[in-house]
Design a protein around this ligand. Structure first.
Ligand SMILES: Cc1cc2nc3c(=O)[nH]c(=O)nc-3n(C[C@H](O)[C@H](O)[C@H](O)COP(=O)(O)O)c2cc1C
Length: 153
């Protein structure tokens, strides 16, 4: 029997690869913390893939005027339509990438963070909103998130 309790879905919404690189960083570290990671673009998975995880980390940039990246909007809309208890067994955390030069800074990540809670998920770590110089704080957040998720594994 497959044990899914260690499944960690790491999904990225990314237009030019920054959020994707961070998602790959999460995936590389995750086994050290006892997780079985699957990393994918938000347009590369089914809704079922998304909802069957016990742990989800979203890494998502913001584009246009506060919009989801092209590869994230469809999954966002699908999750938006699920029942409110669908993610009741899911622990989640959201990493946002953006640029404070824009009015709607990290808006997509905010939307994911709100949505996953609305659908019953438990926020395991506070959302981080990264500006253009993000590498160090993003890496610190990744480690603190995996440590925090490991506590409830
Ligand atoms: C045309 C354009 C529009 C953008 N719009 C926003 C925005 O509305 N809000 C924001 O916080 N960042 C915005 N950004 C910044 C990107 O989110 C940021 O560069 C991010 O690191 C891109 O990550 P990605 O490569 O994973 O897509 C924009 C960047 C560009 C080039």
């Amino acid at each position: 029997m497959t044990d899914i309790k260690q499944n960690l879905g790491i999904y990225f919404g990314s237009q030019t690869g920054n959020a994707e690189m961070l998602a790959l960083d999460v995936s590389a570290l995750a086994p050290t913390y006892g997780f079985k990671p699957s990393v994918a673009g938000l347009d590369e998975i089914s809704l079922e893939d998304f909802t069957e995880n016990k742990f989800i980390i979203i890494c998502c940039s913001t584009w246009g005027d506060g919009e989801q990246p092209d590869n994230a909007q469809e999954m966002f809309d699908l999750v938006n339509e699920v029942d409110e208890s669908t993610l009741q067994d899911v622990q989640f955390a959201v990493l946002g990438l953006g640029d404070t030069a824009f009015d709607l800074f990290c808006e997509s990540a905010k939307e994911w963070d709100v949505l996953l809670e609305e659908k019953g998920g438990t926020r395991n770590n506070a959302r981080i909103e990264c500006d253009v110089d993000y590498e160090d704080e993003a890496e610190d957040w990744i480690v603190s998130t995996l440590e925090s998720m490991k506590e409830v594994l």
